[in-house]
Design a protein around this ligand. Structure first.
Ligand code: BGC
Length: 744
């Protein structure tokens, strides 16, 4: 009886679900079949043209009335596009939740009605730091700041909020997380990464994938993550976006692959390809990277999507194919499943021809299409493709904003705090606030917020606090003076600024960089802009203590600012509650607990990652892992269970005691490193093996442990992926303490 009820309910669901897939709803069998079988049966009914349509992704900006990302559909054109090309996927748009809902209802209804098999569309969005393309959305810090939290559970909370604000609208494919390693501070996409360390990068990305996808399962229409940009994208020789990178097999295996692998192992089902070239071959045409490495060596079974217009770019940008038809041949041969063609339908024509000419087999097309159909089935799109009104109301909820504030506060890094000038004490009555980001929302939210390059000030939410308004709220009894940045060519203005600043008890100066995305952020000089340096120098002349807030996407060189400031806080692009988090850190309501997930360079031309080789010097302004608190932590009693390790399998245990010697509860991140003293393939001077963040109450001690299997933790991959475990001396290191041990 119970069984029968279940069957009936399912039947009813299929019939009543709005715009449910015609094929799926017409067959009861679809419910009981496996995903694979359902995809297979759908595939069997498809013409070649329909299949290639599924492999094509078009930008919504091609079919809106204004031909931009505004959500007003040109219905007639859209109908034509679906009828003529049977396009399977669309991407990008920006607007409020109600506009999204109406828009997506219309497009899914049309897609189902105008296509023979009624397969819903896969709708993609770049929600890379919260639901950043929805007006009411919760905007989290960009990844580089999130990774400074060294807290995967915080990352998971942020990911769950993003899923809750993305999946119910029917945005079923999120082009996040970025799994590229932030190795090169010149690279303009540095802020999209989780920093320079493969372990941190992989752990944060995997936490995002797991939490985002698990949370989205709670909704009738789910949403999947997409890892990007596979692989070797982030360290181009010139530092500029989409320029050639030479990546040795060794670097690939040891530094670039692990983060992607962690995300795959966490259940990543889709992957976007690196737009650049690696070792002379554009990745979009590299069978070696997309097939041999990604599919065979890394066991990735999901959908591989190109980056935007990147098959076309094999001709126009790389010159690796003579014309678009050849480029299509190369990319499909290399292993792409879907082409983010965006604005052109030529891919469809060329791929059709290539199959008809026998250069690409239909079996090859089927493999890609089956993956895409399986993805749609797994997402639940066949049952419900339209927005889910009941849940969409949680978008931008107050509880979500609280998590955004926590994420920002626990990620920001206190780089310097001379004479404990922060938090601002009771003797500070007048605070002067100045600099480019003092009263700005867009600079806190950063790029990829409402617009690709970040939106105009007016487009940001009315009720979003700036640093200025947040400080007014935070310090109701103090006077906050917003000081205008002087024109540095006018000695009168400079003198006036100095006079006003000098009358304050403390100065808070915001410095950093303007917003940029991708190649728009290519720079010739890593040094922070001159006007920012002059402002801090002028402020320092007053002898009033200066706290500098860095609002920037990458570590711009700030040596003179470091000299001139009493305190420095790295705030990245902190998001919608960034202002409140900064004010809370200045007042001491929040305790700083972020640590650098990257090395802050001291020079514009020479920088090394912390995992430098013996022959390299490491002289950053602030090292990887640096970050101060308003309390002090004392490390003691480092112990290792065995200093003579005899076998590769028996776990080795280490422990260290950390005492909060101050009078305030605070969180500390313990970073465990290992150095392999000698290696046939030269070894880094140290490599992070575990990180753990925990609250330690004032005056109390906590024991942190690190347990490792020698065969796993002490071995390293060679370029072919073979793991090498060499006998010899090692060093375990944790915050200024170390213990030597031997593997014999
Ligand atoms: C970026 C991707 C992004 C895509 C779609 C490209 O320019 O490289 O990261 O997902 O656009 O917006």
């Amino acid at each position: 009886m119970k069984h029968m009820f279940l069957k009936l309910t399912l039947g009813l669901l299929l019939i009543t679900a709005p715009f449910a897939c015609k094929q799926a709803s017409s067959s009861k069998k679809a419910v009981t079949d496996t995903v694979e079988q359902r995809a297979e049966r759908l595939l069997e009914q498809m013409t070649l043209k329909e299949k290639i349509g599924q492999m094509t992704q078009i930008c919504f900006s091609e079919v809106t009335e204004t031909r931009d990302k505004t959500l007003r559909l040109d219905e007639e054109l859209f109908r034509e596009v679906i009828a003529q090309y049977q396009v399977g996927s669309f991407l990008s748009g920006t607007g409020n939740a109600a506009e999204w809902k109406q828009f997506l209802e219309k497009v899914q209804k049309t897609a189902v009605e105008e296509s023979r098999l009624g397969i819903p569309l896969l709708i993609a969005i770049d929600h890379v730091h919260g639901s950043n393309y929805i007006d009411e959305g919760t905007i989290f810090p960009h990844n580089i700041l999130m990774s400074c939290s060294f807290d995967t559970s915080l990352m998971a909370r942020a990911a769950r909020v993003t899923a809750r604000e993305t999946a119910p609208l029917g945005l079923s494919w999120n082009f996040a997380p970025v799994m590229d390693l932030g190795k090169n501070p010149y690279w303009p996409r540095f802020y999209e990464t989780f920093g320079e360390d493969p372990l941190v990068c992989g752990a944060m990305g995997a936490a995002f994938v797991r939490a985002y996808q698990a949370e989205s399962k709670k909704f009738p229409s789910q949403s999947f993550a997409c890892g990007k940009h596979f692989i070797g994208y982030s360290d181009p020789e010139t530092g500029w976006d989409r320029t050639p990178a030479d990546v040795s097999d060794q670097t690939m295996a040891e530094y670039f692959m692990p983060a992607f692998q962690q995300a795959i192992d966490a259940g990543l089902q889709t992957m976007m390809v690196n737009s650049g070239e690696v070792n002379g071959r554009p990745v979009h045409a590299s069978k070696r990277l997309l097939d041999d490495l990604l599919r065979k060596r890394m066991n990735f079974e999901g959908v591989v999507v190109t980056d935007i217009k990147d098959i076309q770019k094999l001709v126009s940008m790389h010159g690796s194919a003579a014309n678009l038809k050849e480029a299509v041949y190369h990319a499909v041969h290399a292993g792409i499943d879907m082409n983010m063609a965006c604005s052109s339908f030529d891919f469809i024509t060329h791929l059709n021809e290539l199959v008809e000419e026998g250069r690409i087999t239909e079996a090859r097309i089927d493999r890609s299409v089956k993956r895409i159909l399986a993805l749609k089935i797994r997402l639940g799109l066949m049952e419900q493709a339209t927005p889910d009104e009941a849940h969409a109301s949680a978008i931008g909820a107050a509880s979500h904003k609280t998590i955004a504030e926590q994420a920002a506060a626990e990620s920001m890094v206190l780089l310097k705090n001379q004479d404990a000038s922060l938090p601002l004490g009771g003797d500070v009555q007048k605070i002067g606030l100045a600099g480019f980001a003092a009263h700005s929302k867009r600079l806190l939210n950063g790029p990829w917020t409402y617009e690709w390059m970040g939106a105009k000030e007016e487009r940001n939410p009315e009720d979003m606090p700036t640093i200025y308004t947040a400080m007014q709220e935070e310090f109701p009894k103090k006077e906050i003076r917003h000081l205008q940045v002087p024109d540095f060519t006018s000695s009168k203005e400079k003198a006036a600024f100095k006079q006003k600043a000098g009358a304050c008890d403390a100065l808070v100066i915001t410095v950093g960089e303007e917003l940029y995305s991708e190649f728009k952020g290519n720079i010739e000089n890593l040094r922070i802009g001159e006007e920012h340096r002059k402002l801090v120098a002028l402020a320092a002349e007053t002898n009033t203590p200066v706290a500098v807030i860095l609002i920037e996407g990458r570590p711009r060189v700030i040596n003179d600012i470091h000299e001139n400031a009493n305190a420095i806080l790295f705030a990245g692009y902190p998001g919608i509650r960034g202002g409140t988090a900064i004010a809370g850190l200045l007042s001491g309501r929040h305790m700083p607990s972020g640590k650098l997930s990257f090395s802050y360079p001291s020079s514009v031309g020479h920088f090394t990652n912390y995992y430098r080789k013996k022959s390299q010097t490491y002289d950053p302004l602030y090292a990887f892992g640096h970050g101060l608190s308003y309390t002090e932590f004392a490390y003691s009693n480092l112990q290792l269970s065995d200093t003579l390790i005899q076998d590769a399998e028996t776990p080795v245990k280490a422990r260290v005691t950390v005492t909060n010697t101050g009078d305030r509860d605070a969180k500390e991140t313990v970073l465990w490193y290992i150095r392999d003293e000698v290696g046939q393939i030269t070894r880094p001077m140290k490599m992070l093996k575990k990180f753990e963040k925990a609250l330690i109450p004032a005056g109390e001690s906590k024991t942190f442990t690190f347990e490792f299997i020698p065969g796993e933790t002490l071995s390293y991959p060679d370029g072919t992926g073979e793991m090498l475990l060499e006998k010899g001396a090692f060093r375990l290191m944790v915050k200024g303490h170390e213990e030597k041990f031997y593997y014999r």
